[in-house]
Design a protein around this ligand. Sequence first.
Ligand code: G4P
Ligand code: MG
Length: 175
Amino acid sequence: MKKKIWYTYDDIHRVIKTLAEKIQASGVKYDAMIAIGGGGFIPARILRGFLGIPIYAVTTAYYDSEFQGKVTDSVKKIQWLDPIPETLNGKNILVVDEVDDSRVTLEYCLNEFAKENFGTVGIAVLHEKIKEKTGKLPEGMPYFSGVTVQDWWINYPWDAEDIDEHNRLAAESRD
Ligand code: G4P
Ligand code: MG
């Protein structure tokens, strides 16, 4: 079974502070974030405290579906900026998600955003998993991750049914 790790809200907040410092050090002034929900929502909100730029949002869902005995993965739009608000024309956009895992979702979203008339588009994720990536990011795109992590299953606090138990497991996994 895949190894698991638990992060608390405090862990997440600290990673986002580091992430914000990297984004600010890059010298590009981003005008707005586009959060990829659900996982990108809470990170984008915390990041706003450091960057002070507005949050726009899209939501996707990732499915493993079986078709004629073959498993394929695909990303679906649950909600989109359709059309992209005019105020974002030519603006520098930071795409925010919680985890860089297979990159399938990131590739899908970035391909969609590439059709738009943005300025610089950068990517910010909290956790960058070190592993083989299925999806590809556009060459030369600014990329920021708060921290690199092993290819373990991350339990995020916003998914917890019992936050005290979640925090206990997080403390235990730190020992
Ligand atoms: P990527 O492009 O950002 O690398 O994401 P990928 O398509 O590989 O991820 C598919 C789904 O699996 C995403 O959920 C992603 O958030 C989730 N995921 C990947 N690794 C982990 C992990 O270690 N822990 C948790 N909790 N989730 C993980 P999604 O379909 O976007 O759903 P949502 O939960 O963000 O709404
Ligand atoms: Mg997600």
